[in-house]
Ligand binder design. Structure first.
Ligand code: SF4
Length: 344
């Protein structure tokens, strides 16, 4: 077998000394009590950030935790659009993010002006946007969706508004192509011409290509193949399976809790995991003896890794990094989220 070369990860912060991690974590927990703050961490955050948080989860799950928490301050360790979503759903709380520059390449692929221009070209079309979008884009959106419910949301629109309804779908082109295939549009040019897909994508996609996956699976024939299409980083893997580019045998597409439960059910099993690599940490915590193999070691989100313990400590101590969505935008942006949640 070929020797594995060390991976150069230029965007990752330098690892902290274990003693400093212990010291900063204690300081952060004290500050959280003092400030009456709840600390939320996305699954793709650095392990030490996940360890210090009150709750770990995916973006929508965490926004719901933010709304339910009995706290004045929500410290959101994730990326900017996630903190905005928390602010939209919890307007009475102060929402902070440790680094305001922690963005998202997928959310940045469409802005509100671009969406308004797109809508102007297709009057009467309904807009479906992935939750990975800014609050301003959500305010121009009819329905939000996640990768797990995108097909359901689109089918709901056709059921409620008629099968001829024109749809603008974005910003993740991979999820758009997947929805086309799963709803039968690929073989129906007439209906397909009324389903328009924005050509945005997440930069982490570049780290998870079919060749990498086929090679990794060949090296580990005993391993199941788990796809976690929660963020934008692995929606293309869903499409590779649907199109037959990847053998569907032994493939499981799972939500965040589904991934954890799946490894707990077979705690000594082998699993190739296609997602942002931070997700392997909570899975390994849940099943310490499981053999977890990254589909590609370069599949990491540089924005998520911008959140570090020193920045988290500073934000809680100095109450910096507030993310506040304008009330009028928040009111409009809440509607597509609520519509999505009611569809399930
Ligand atoms: S993994 Fe991709 S979609 Fe998710 S936050 Fe990072 S850049 Fe955005």
């Amino acid at each position: 077998m070929a020797t594995e070369l060390p991976v150069i990860q230029p965007d990752l912060p330098a690892p902290l000394d274990p003693e400093l991690i212990t010291e900063l974590s204690a300081e952060i927990r004290e500050l959280a009590v003092e400030r009456n703050a709840v600390i939320l961490a996305h699954n793709y955050e650095l392990p030490e950030i996940q360890d210090v948080a009150d709750y770990i989860g995916d973006s929508l799950g965490l926004s719901r935790q933010a709304a339910a928490a009995d706290a004045e301050i929500v410290e959101f360790c994730g990326v900017h659009f996630m903190a905005e979503t928390a602010s939209i759903l919890s307007p009475e709380k102060k929402v902070l993010i440790p680094d305001l520059d922690a963005g998202c390449s997928l959310a940045d692929s469409i802005n509100a002006d671009q969406l308004r221009e797109w809508k102007a070209k297709f009057p009467g079309a309904l807009v479906v946007m992935y939750v990975n979008t800014s609050a301003e884009v959500k305010a121009e959106t009819d329905y939000c969706c996640t990768s797990s419910n995108a097909v359901k949301v689109v089918e709901h629109i056709w059921a409620e508004h008629g099968p001829e309804t024109e749809i603008l779908f974005g910003p993740d082109m991979w999820l758009g192509v997947y929805v086309e295939r799963e709803t039968g549009l690929t073989d129906d040019p007439g209906r397909r011409s009324r389903f328009h897909v924005w050509d945005g994508e997440c930069h982490v996609h570049a780290g998870i290509r079919p060749d990498d996956i086929v090679r990794t699976r060949a090296e580990h024939p005993e391993a199941e193949f788990l796809i976690h299409p929660e963020c934008g980083c692995s929606t293309q893997a869903m499409e590779y399976v649907a199109s037959g580019d990847i053998d569907p045998e032994g493939v499981h597409m799972l939500s965040t809790s589904g991934m954890i439960e799946h490894v707990k059910d077979n705690p000594e099993g082998s699993f190739i995991v296609a997602t942002e690599n931070g997700m392997l940490y909570p899975m390994q915590q849940a099943a310490p003896k499981a053999n977890l193999i990254e589909a590609n070691r370069m599949a990491y989100c540089k924005y998520m890794k911008m959140i570090t313990l020193p920045k988290l400590r500073d934000s809680l101590r100095d109450l910096t990094g507030e993310v506040k969505v304008d009330a009028a935008i928040a009111e409009k942006a809440r509607l597509p989220i609520e519509r999505m949640v009611s569809i399930g």
